[in-house]
Design a protein around this ligand. Structure first.
Ligand code: OSB
Ligand code: MG
Length: 369
């Protein structure tokens, strides 16, 4: 593949409802949409999942734009690409900035699959035609609101419910949910809100038979998580702590977790996501695909990777309508009875709706070799 040009678009999309985690709340999603166009005029699409501010990791929309403009696109333009797996090597001289790397790599994967005329899921080695999905519910003002929302999505058929927790908004909340929904597959995500000092509080969650507790401790930790896992019955799932195959290997070796949440952006792209998936499979660690409140483009990539067999737990890829009044892909991502039918069109399998893209674009710049 020879890349003729790359278009970066700064996007701003209003969320249907504010999303609140242990770090705070946001109402608008700002992100970079990447369009890579080859010499034949075929477009591949990627999305940077970095947020406006660095609360989840150190990357932001601005740092991603800077990395793409000043480092990654020049490397991309250096030579033609035979296979998207080459890019992680080409980018290896640049430390971290995984979400920026994944954004352009994702566009090249889509383009590669489109040129081959096969779905992205298939070129990644995925086999599922349908994927099970769960939903991630942000922190709510009151327990009654939360119970209402849980009820709604259980009723819609989502395969598991994830709720956000933080100190002071945890054991009592989970107890209430369990009292009303004794049998639902339920999990909690702390987004690093606890330390080992809170071990008694975390152990108190054991009685609720959660599927797992996600990232209870520090975002850069795998050592304390191993100590915690040794004392918890509930499986720990790592999110923020896993940036690479090497991180996953070490975490599993240490016993820091029994499940891994793979986010394509956090690990630097689909190539690395596949490597982590394969390693976890060999070591009997189930994985699932996390979400970053993506637009339909990022969501389509998440659906494609979820078709790999060890994505055996429902991920956070909810329907477009959970996030947006109107998504930027056509058709929008639909969830029926907790499952998404994997599209069988070439590439990401959804059309990018250029009219909607234009509506949400605040700034565009085109880069050429
Ligand atoms: O920790 O998984 C997370 C959203 C933003 C940042 C981090 C996380 C989340 C979610 C929601 O839990 C995922 C989604 O629905 O896209
Ligand atoms: Mg998480």
């Amino acid at each position: 593949m020879k890349i003729n040009r790359v278009v970066l678009r700064h996007m701003q999309m209003k969320l249907k409802a504010p999303f609140t985690t242990s770090f705070g709340s946001f109402t608008t999603k700002e992100f970079i949409l990447v369009e890579a166009i080859d010499e034949d005029g075929v477009s591949g699409w990627g999305e940077s999942v970095a947020f406006h501010s660095p609360w989840y990791n150190e990357e932001t929309v601005k740092t991603n734009w800077h990395m793409l403009e000043d480092f990654l696109l020049p490397l991309l333009f250096q030579a033609p690409i035979a296979h998207p797996d080459e890019l992680s090597g080409r980018f290896s001289g640049i430390r971290k900035n995984n979400m920026a790397k994944a954004a352009i790599e994702g566009a090249i994967w889509d383009l590669f699959a489109k040129k081959k005329n096969v779905p992205l899921s298939e070129v990644l080695g995925g086999t599922k035609k349908q994927i099970d999905v769960g939903i991630s519910i942000g922190i709510q003002k009151g327990i009654a609101d939360l119970l209402g929302i849980v009820e709604r999505y259980v009723h819609e058929g989502y395969r598991r419910i994830k709720v956000k927790i933080k100190p002071g908004c945890d054991v009592e909340v989970i107890r209430e949910i369990r009292r009303h929904f004794p049998d639902i597959p339920l999990m909690a995500d702390a987004n690093s809100a606890y330390s080992l000092k809170d071990i008694e509080r975390l152990k108190a969650l054991d009685e609720f038979e959660l599927m797992m507790i996600e990232q209870p401790l520090a975002a850069d930790d795998i050592v304390d998580h191993a100590a915690l896992q040794a004392q918890l019955n509930t499986p720990i799932c790592l999110d923020e702590s896993i940036h690479s195959y090497e991180d996953a290997r070490k975490a599993i070796e240490l016993g820091s977790c029994r499940v891994i949440n793979i986010k394509i952006g956090r690990v630097g792209g689909l190539t690395e996501a596949k490597r982590i998936h394969d390693f976890c499979q060999t070591h009997h660690i189930p994985v699932w695909c996390g979400g970053m409140l993506e637009s339909g483009v990022g969501r389509a990539h998440n659906i494609a990777i979820t078709t790999l067999s060890n994505f055996s737990l429902p991920g956070d890829t909810a329907a477009s309508s959970y996030y947006w009044e109107r998504d930027i892909i056509f058709p929008e991502v639909m969830v029926h009875n907790g499952t998404i039918t994997v599209p069988d069109n070439p590439g990401i399998g959804y059309d990018v709706d250029r009219q909607q893209v234009t509506r949400y674009t605040t700034f565009t710049k085109t880069y050429r070799p």
